[in-house]
Design a protein. Structure first.
Length: 96
């Protein structure tokens, strides 16, 4: 097994661990550990793609990393609001 494949498989393991912990209610979707596992997964897979490039996979992983960064920023804002006693209003509900 090549080093890039090993790095990519570690990324897959991070993704699957995050998803399993989410589905088992061990982590929430805004939990920093969940977000860290997702960021690590996409970053490791991106590293492996440097050695064996695949455009669709690259786009997927790059987007996943951006979405995870947004999650980090949002969770940081929620933590700050909780610490200061202020709270952001809830997002508008979806009406159907």
């Amino acid at each position: 097994m090549t080093l890039p494949n090993l790095v990519g498989l570690l990324g897959v393991a991070a993704y699957l661990t995050a998803y399993a912990l989410l589905q088992l209610n061990r982590l929430g979707s805004h939990d920093r550990r969940y977000l860290t596992l997702n960021a690590a997964g996409s970053a490791l897979i991106l590293v492996s793609l440097v050695y064996d490039f695949n455009l669709p996979s690259f786009v997927t992983q790059a987007a996943w990393l951006v979405f995870t960064a947004v999650g980090f920023v949002r969770s940081r804002g929620e933590l700050r609001a909780t610490a200061t006693g202020t709270d952001n209003p809830p997002p508008p509900s979806v009406r159907g």
